[in-house]
Design a protein around this ligand. Structure first.
Ligand code: HSE
Length: 433
């Protein structure tokens, strides 16, 4: 930030769970911020749709704007926090307007950065202001600054982990308390973990995928990818799968994975079965963990609370201090001109062991129907468990396969969805290699 000796004037746009928590934190931590940066701050504008909504902390109505664009006309702002959270629309317009007006922007909005980060970074660079988004990935975990600064000269070839607090919390609570998906989701919403207004974005993998795109761009110094890789959420994971997995010493985790394979970018988000004895298998509840593999540093792990207004505000304030202390930085660590586009790896060649759960008629020949089909596609069975349901003349068959590729599994398994002896082909979960 260019040297300013006067008080730094701040605007917050969006007063949902995160915005209001941030507002309170900034007020509480004013003196500490001054002690650490030598700069005085003052919130001079706040904006949300509804001025009179009941909020967790009291707001000053004197600085309230129902139309956030009026802030630009009426006030001189140095730093604007965008806390609305949309990938487009008003969120994008606010950020663009701020950057064009040479206002530094801080946002936790991963949907916006994953979609428009390249364009917004260019705009920030052109206007010589900062665009910071530490809170967009991993909640309170300082992973972006770690990649940009702490690991700056490493060659990173893989970054992966648990990137969504809501889904990790849901999976853990289901396993620990035998609770249904719906019940745990309600608790996650109350705790402020789920995305504002639309928990679907957490459940279907979209939120974690946006974070993976941002991590890839920073780790590999590339443009944000636009490719359609595998994006699956946890909506089809049932309590039964979690229990069966547990008996097998496994745990379901929604993993985001990004790596460079033969010079191509491979990004995925999908549920994985991981051993309970692994590090990642023990990252539970709202915790996120991001693992980077770099040269020469080796493997580094950062773990922390990945969702909720407290951890998110921690990262937002870290961005604020970075701006108050330093010069203007490239939003993605290097200049936009130097970030290259990268080709995507073909998903068809992605290979994993698979967990397959079927519900079948308990009749002769059904099991061999399944195993013969697998054999035809050279998919080898590693483990098989059949649990009869005598009363209904049905059985549950769970098969763990050896490794096979996506395309082979797809071609082999599609037939089961139509076969009347296989009542239901219920679940496919990849095992993490
Ligand atoms: N909804 C997100 C999550 C919040 O559950 O991880 C932080 O991005």
């Amino acid at each position: 930030m260019t040297k300013i000796n006067r008080t730094i004037e701040i605007a917050i746009v969006g007063l949902g769970q995160v915005g209001i928590y941030l507002y309170n934190e900034l007020n509480i931590k004013k003196n500490e911020i001054e002690k650490k940066t030598g700069k005085k701050i003052r919130i001079v504008a706040i904006s949300a749709k509804n001025k009179n909504k009941k909020r967790r902390f009291n707001i000053s109505k004197k600085i309230f704007y129902t139309d956030p664009f009026k802030i630009f006309k009426n006030r001189r702002i140095d730093i604007l926090f965008e806390c609305i959270g949309l990938s487009d629309g008003i969120s994008k317009k606010i950020v663009e307007t701020a950057l064009r007006n040479k206002i530094n922007v801080i946002t936790p909005n991963k949907a916006l950065i994953a979609k428009h980060g390249d364009h917004l970074a260019k705009l920030a660079e052109k206007n010589k202001v900062n665009l910071e988004f530490e809170a967009s990935v991993g909640g309170g975990i300082p992973i972006l600054r770690t990649i940009k600064e702490g690991l700056a000269t490493n060659r990173i070839n893989k970054v992966y982990g648990i990137l969504n607090g809501t889904t990790n919390y849901i999976l853990s609570e289901m396993e620990n308390n035998n609770e249904t998906f719906e019940k745990v989701l309600q608790k996650a919403q109350k705790l402020g973990y789920a995305e504002p207004g639309n928990p679907k974005l957490d459940l279907n993998g979209f939120d974690a995928f946006a974070k993976i795109r941002i991590l890839s761009a920073l780790s590999f110094n590339t443009k944000i990818s636009k490719a359609n890789c595998i994006m699956e959420g946890i909506e089809n994971i049932k309590l039964e799968d979690i229990k069966i997995a547990s008996q097998l010493g496994l745990r379901v985790k929604l993993l985001g994975i990004s790596q460079i394979i033969s010079g191509q970018l491979f990004e995925t988000v999908h549920p994985c079965l991981v051993s309970k004895n692994t590090y990642i298998g023990n990252v539970n509840g709202v915790m996120n963990a991001v693992i980077t593999e770099g040269n020469p540093v080796g493997e580094s792990i950062l773990q922390g609370e990945g969702a909720g207004p407290g951890p998110t505000s921690s990262s937002l304030l870290s961005d604020l201090l970075s701006i108050l202390r330093g010069n203007i930085k490239y939003p993605f660590g290097i200049s936009s001109i130097k970030r290259k586009s990268i080709k995507s790896f073909n998903n068809d060649h992605y290979a994993n062991s698979l967990y397959l759960r079927f519900q079948v008629k308990d009749k002769q020949g059904v099991l061999s129907l399944i195993t013969n089909r697998l054999a035809k596609y050279k998919i080898s069975v590693k483990r098989i468990i059949q649990t009869p349901d005598k009363k209904n003349k049905k059985a549950t068959i769970v098969i763990i396969t050896h490794k096979t590729t996506e395309i082979n599994a797809k071609n082999c398994l599609s037939v089961f969805r139509k076969n009347h002896k296989i009542l239901k082909f219920l679940t496919l979960i990849r095992l993490y290699n």
